[in-house]
Design a protein around this ligand. Structure first.
Ligand SMILES: [Zn+2]
Length: 355
């Protein structure tokens, strides 16, 4: 950058380097990033901004991990958005020196501005091409366009280097749950089509404060499954706590995850403890209960926490005359939500398992 070339672009770069407020600019002035932007920080790290909310960093002599951190796929899940916003700011200011290639994705910018989960459709049901499936009433909306754009960003990031077995692809899709959870923090491990579950990844999650892992049993249209399935990334949907408005998160609750993510990004020793099965609560999916009619009703209170357990035969939900019941003792509910669109999942039930 030199002072003699004061174009709007160089002013924008100066502002970013000085204040690091990439997310705020993406939310409030998205047209600033209509044209992709590439520049270099004084420490040699290359910055590539592909679109509003999509930014990658490539340090000189980068390490062997290609790391994707996504947040705000649901616009009101603010704590991880604030964490990632902080990392970006610290990288711009030279306070966080990254050691690996790193892509930040701030998912649903209009929903963040509205303080809502989504505008028209749940963005985390639109990946692996679901954004382009022919549903006339949703032919195009902002979530479908965004899902496509985010998929492309991940594809570009992972494939711009030749694939080498020594490189590790990681994707942590960071969320917070709508409901409280008996197990406050948990992660969904996307279906691996027979690839073994990676215990070292579970050790990392444990160090982040996450001891509860839900093994997905089938292909899905979530963001983490997309990265896992298309690019063999170690990918997870990570639920870090409960939804709160921007600025109202108790960041102490996220201290362990914050410490571990900063270690990961900056290439420090992760100091993981050895894997012990007893450290984890691992579940597999037992029932996927989809809402088929408008009279779908949960049989338990709205405030029933995630991972609450039931006894065999307990009623979980009704839909007119149809009844959905617990199939075995110890079966637990996750993500109950009667307000989903018809045909979508209203309850997932899980049972303990081991890997
Ligand atoms: Zn979410």
């Amino acid at each position: 950058m030199s002072a003699s070339t004061e174009t709007p672009q160089s002013q924008l770069i100066q502002e970013l380097v000085q204040y690091g407020d990439f997310l705020q600019l993406s939310r409030n002035q998205p047209t600033y990033f209509d044209i992709p932007l590439t520049f270099t920080l004084t420490n040699g790290t290359q910055v590539d901004i592909a679109a509003p909310g999509i930014i990658s960093f490539t340090p000189l002599g980068f390490g062997d991990k290609d790391i994707v951190l996504s947040s705000g796929i649901h616009g009101n899940e603010t704590a991880p958005i604030e964490m990632c916003e902080h990392y970006v700011r610290d990288i711009f200011r030279g306070e966080l020196i990254v050691a690996h290639r790193l892509l930040f994705l701030f998912g649903n910018l209009p929903a963040m501005n509205k303080g809502s989960r989504f505008i028209e459709e749940n963005l985390n049901r639109l990946f692996s091409g679901a954004h382009s499936q022919d549903v006339p009433e949703h032919a195009v909306n902002s979530e479908r366009l965004r899902a496509k754009e985010l998929e492309q960003a991940v594809a570009d990031f992972y494939t711009c280097l030749p694939s080498q077995p020594s490189r590790q692809r990681l994707h942590y899709d960071l969320h917070t749950a709508i409901k409280p959870s008996k197990n406050d923090k948990f992660a969904v491990y996307p279906f691996r089509h027979g690839r073994p579950w990676n215990k070292q990844q579970l050790q990392f999650l444990l160090a982040c404060g996450i001891n509860t892992i839900l093994l997905s049993g089938s292909a899905t249209t979530t963001f983490s499954y997309y990265s896992s399935n298309q690019f063999s990334a170690e990918a997870f949907t990570v639920e870090l706590g409960k939804v709160m408005p921007f600025g109202q998160n108790d960041m102490r609750q996220f201290a362990a995850a914050d410490t571990m993510l900063r270690r990961l990004l900056s290439g420090q020793d992760l100091q993981l403890k050895p894997y012990e099965a007893g450290d984890f609560l691992i579940y597999q999916v037992n029932q996927v209960i989809n809402k088929l009619a408008d009279n779908f009703k949960l049989a338990f209170g709205d405030d029933e926490p995630n991972f609450s357990t039931f006894k065999q035969g307990d009623l979980l939900a009704t839909e007119g005359d149809r009844e959905y019941r617990c199939q075995q003792d110890g079966e637990a509910i996750v993500f109950p939500n009667a307000n989903v669109a018809l045909g979508q999942r209203a309850i997932l039930t899980v049972i303990p398992t081991t890997i």
